[in-house]
Design a protein around this ligand. Structure first.
Ligand SMILES: C[S@@+](CC[C@H](N)C(=O)[O-])C[C@H]1O[C@@H](n2cnc3c(N)ncnc32)[C@H](O)[C@@H]1O
Length: 329
């Protein structure tokens, strides 16, 4: 067996801290009205661990539903493309669910090049090493980068088709306009005959959606509040975390769950690294995440508008979550 170190390449594209975009995005978001922060900044080392914990919560049905689909349908999903395949994954995280697809591909071809792209370098490296220990036929070329930068660096060998994965309802973090723009960028990195597997959460009742983003144990609250801790750590700020609380609410009209951080008092926060003082009114919020919920018609329309041919997808047994295979045309 070829050693793990010889089967792994990690390209570290400039991290958000190094290229200044974290600082500039925090400045722009906290001086805007209403205040916002981008969800991609949840995923520092601690935030990635907290997300893994969220995936185990009883309220967070999304991971279990998508896993169920892969457990039952992985062979059928990967058979949508002829071998040999190379797999690119945007926002791979721990790659736990992806194992089911990797196993189905390795049952058809003896070797596979997996190309995960994730902004969180720690989880990318850790999961890549674990995958290589477990699958001797696997090689990994990883990109620690924003999707938009990493997707321009994907590679293929002659005759290979690319199967791009965008799982876990990651697409839900984007407004409809942003989602179209990102999907067009992904399509631009593919060739006709390649495929995209998109995991999208489906519209459902407020009673099912809100607990998924506001669990009884408070793990999602910690995940959200960690954004303020991260600003304290990396930008020398003095957010008092206990003076903010997590809120998750389903906005039915816009078909999205919104996460906010609510200021419990009127207060000022000094962000020394940015040389700014930010004022909060009591009850004022920072909007930190949207999770858009789709229906199957919206998904088919999205595919058609971004250069893909949609095909009937797969649902979990409770019809809560959808996996959609789109062929690049
Ligand atoms: C909701 S988690 C999903 C993880 C995994 N795909 C799953 O389905 O469980 C989002 C993942 O995407 C990564 N991520 C979020 N925004 C990103 C961006 N703009 N560019 C690259 N990676 C990003 C995070 O670090 C995290 O690992």
């Amino acid at each position: 067996m070829v050693a793990v170190s010889q089967r792994l390449v990690i390209h570290q594209m400039a991290s958000p801290q190094d290229d200044g975009s974290f600082a500039e995005d925090v400045r722009a978001g906290l001086t805007a009205a209403p205040k916002t922060l981008k969800p991609k900044y949840f995923y520092d080392a601690l935030g990635s661990l907290l997300f893994e914990a969220i995936c185990h919560l009883p309220e967070y049905y999304l991971t279990r539903a998508e896993t169920e689909i892969f457990e039952q349908r992985a062979a059928e999903i990967v058979a949508q493309l002829p071998s040999p395949i190379t797999v690119v994954e945007l926002g791979s995280g721990s790659s736990v669910k992806t194992r089911l697809l990797i196993e189905a591909i390795l049952a058809r071809q003896s070797e596979l090049c997996y190309q995960p792209i994730d902004i969180s370098e720690t989880i990318l490296e850790q999961s890549a090493k674990q995958l290589l220990e477990d699958y001797p036929g696997l090689r990994i070329t990883a990109h620690a980068a924003d999707y938009t930068r990493g997707v321009g660096s994907i590679a293929r060998e002659d005759g290979e088709k690319i199967l791009a994965l965008f799982l876990g309802s990651n697409i839900g973090n984007y407004t409809p306009d942003e989602a179209r723009e990102l999907l067009r960028q992904i399509r631009g990195a593919l060739r006709p005959g390649d495929g995209l597997l998109l995991g999208a959460d489906l519209k459902k009742s407020r009673g099912a959606l809100e607990p998924a983003y506001d669990d009884a144990l408070g793990v999602t609250a910690a995940f959200n509040l960690n954004l303020l801790s991260r600003i304290n750590r990396e930008l020398d700020a003095d957010f008092d975390i206990r003076r903010f609380k997590h809120r998750a609410v389903f906005n039915d009209e816009r078909s999205r769950v919104e996460m906010h951080l609510v200021s419990l008092t009127r207060q000022q926060v000094n962000i020394r690294g940015l040389e700014i003082v930010v004022e909060f009114q009591e009850g004022e919020t920072i909007h930190t995440e949207n999770s858009y919920k789709y229906d199957l018609e919206m998904l088919a329309a999205l595919a058609e508008r971004t250069g893909f041919k949609p095909a009937p997808g797969w649902l979990d047994s409770n019809a809560r979550f959808s996996c959609n295979f789109w062929l690049a045309i």
